[in-house]
Write a protein that binds this ligand. Sequence first.
Ligand SMILES: [Zn+2]
Length: 172
Amino acid sequence: MFAETTAAITAAKEAYALVKVLKDAREQSVIDKATGELHEKITELQMLNAELASLYHAEKQVTMQLTEENAQIKMFALQSSQYEIHTMESGSTVYRLKAVPDPDMKTHYLCANCYQKREISILQPTGKVIADSASNYCKQSLCPACGTTFLMHRLPKKEKYIPQPISRKGGW
Ligand SMILES: [Zn+2]
């Protein structure tokens, strides 16, 4: 944009010099030559003006985008400061609240995948129970943003999951 601005200033100065020539000229040939050159300078200025306007618009877009990104980074820094990395007993790595405000309140967990991309995404239970590598049954959660599934809490042995046959509605 600097080169275009300099070119526009130079063209404007040259046009102004041509106007001065026209003002002081007495001979028709000088007037004709200066008029022709002035027309060229005006066309050049119009083109530079359009170029500058488009460059200004592009710069403005970039500034707006950077402002938005900056706001998102600040928002993430503020939100993420409440969380810490945590490994579930199933081995899944997630983020959880550093402190639960109310002891009766259940904590929630964040997707580690989205956290790395500066996104706060709360994991939601899928209702499924899956066996982990140690053959323990664990509740499964899903990240609604990226679709990653996580093995969460292990079920106590007595609650061990036994697949139930699907009961027929209405019975036999
Ligand atoms: Zn995610």
